[in-house]
Design a protein around this ligand. Structure first.
Ligand code: FES
Ligand code: FES
Length: 182
């Protein structure tokens, strides 16, 4: 049996098992904490975060992968939580906007957004922050074009794009300073 065939069989078995039991045991790391819980296998990662774990920072806009309001970071990549099954988070490192800052202080990206007035109604902001975090982890010193590309999937209904890009540009130095201090 070749690798692809055995992988497909394993996936079919898993799917069968999930549907039969209508329950899935999910283990993953969320904002640095280990989570282990039984979930309905049909729920999305967004439903898991907002409805099961009561983390309301991740927003639901379109629900179909168009607006980026639900952006979270999974294994370092910015992804739309509305497009993932919660079960796909198994074994992965997940970060939401709640994990960005400490108890008492803002993350440098949040601080820069506040200083550059990059927040209007704020609905898109958690998603933009998470896309920015993923970008700066991968490219600590991105060009303006790379910044624009990184947040191209995050729609801002208040159309504050110039301030958002300015906020990200100003966050670049802050994130580097924080890393140097660690
Ligand atoms: Fe997920 Fe719009 S709610 S992309
Ligand atoms: Fe209102 Fe972006 S600040 S949607």
């Amino acid at each position: 049996m070749d690798f692809r065939c055995s992988t497909l069989n394993a996936f079919a078995l898993l799917l069968n098992n999930i549907m039969k039991n209508n329950s899935y045991h999910l283990c993953f790391a969320l904002n640095g904490d280990e989570k282990s819980l039984e979930i309905n296998p049909g729920i999305s990662a967004l439903e898991l975060l907002r409805d099961v774990l009561d983390l309301k920072g991740t927003k639901e806009g379109c629900g179909i992968g168009e607006c980026g309001a639900c952006t979270i970071v999974v294994d370092g990549q910015a992804v739309n939580a509305c497009l993932m099954f919660a079960a796909q988070l198994d074994g992965r490192q997940v970060m939401t906007v709640e994990g960005l800052s400490g108890q008492d202080d803002l993350h440098p990206i949040q601080q820069s957004f506040a200083e550059q007035h990059a927040v209007q109604c704020g609905f898109c902001t958690p998603g933009v922050l998470m896309s920015t975090h993923a970008l700066l982890e991968e490219k600590p010193n991105p060009s303006r074009a790379e910044i624009v590309k990184a947040v191209a999937g995050n729609l801002c209904r208040c159309t504050g794009y110039q301030s958002i890009v300015a906020g990200i540009e100003s966050a670049v130095g802050g994130c580097q300073r924080e890393k140097n201090e660690d």
